[in-house]
Design a protein around this ligand. Sequence first.
Ligand SMILES: [Fe+2]
Ligand SMILES: [Fe+2]
Length: 274
Amino acid sequence: MKIRKTKFNFDNTPNHYLRGNLFSTHFVNSLHIIFPVGEHFFIKSVKPFMANIKEEQLKKDVSNFIGQEATHAFQHEKFWKILQNQGFDIEKYSKFIDYLSNNIIVKNYTKLLGKEKAQKFSLAITAALEHYTAMLAEVVFEHEENWEQLPDDIRNLIKWHAAEEIEHKSVAFDLLNSVDKSFALRSFSMLMATNLLFGYSLMGISYFIINDSKINHKKIPLDFIDFVKTIASPSFKKFASQWVLFFKRDFHPSQIDNMHFAENYFKENPQYYK
Ligand SMILES: [Fe+2]
Ligand SMILES: [Fe+2]
């Protein structure tokens, strides 16, 4: 695992860049906002535990995890300019998401649990959300046909992010295990993570659709069917098979065989990364 430098350029991105599909594009657009907010939260969640990590390897992994997540956030935030040019008030919307996450959700459970327990809870939510990003990453590599027509740099943004999510899928989980092995904490955090992810995605898709001035209303039914077929259904199938594994007492992310997706992607596309 390492921190890679990327030089994506998203200029000249068409409005409905994913298969010309309103829903698929706005699902990915909602992720362009959720990911950076989530990734800043992940970094904040692991930091308080870094000083006490005893294992050298885990120490290195956590620092690479921070570097990778910071780079992901930076690249997705770079995409915000494109969305702003398309007429979306991203500054206002991202500030709202950030406020909701930090000033309402995190602040309230910190008040309720106290600082120490709240820090563990944040770390456990991070581990659970990392299980989701690894599942989504598998969907990305199992459905290459979805991304074929995308502009090169957006396709590589998606695949690079997916590959690194697979690469670092165990880090937050291992850190949580080194801090607190509580099965109840891990399970409850997954329920919380599930609510957050689905809530934010739905909110994001709704925001982008409501504020999209380029909607072709006649295409809505067909676009919706295509979105369900190509993105929603493969994702839900993946969640149905792997979500429950997180609730097995002896679960570890390395038990899921998907590392080859990341390795192959970086082997086949060295020109994009240093
Ligand atoms: Fe990430
Ligand atoms: Fe991640």
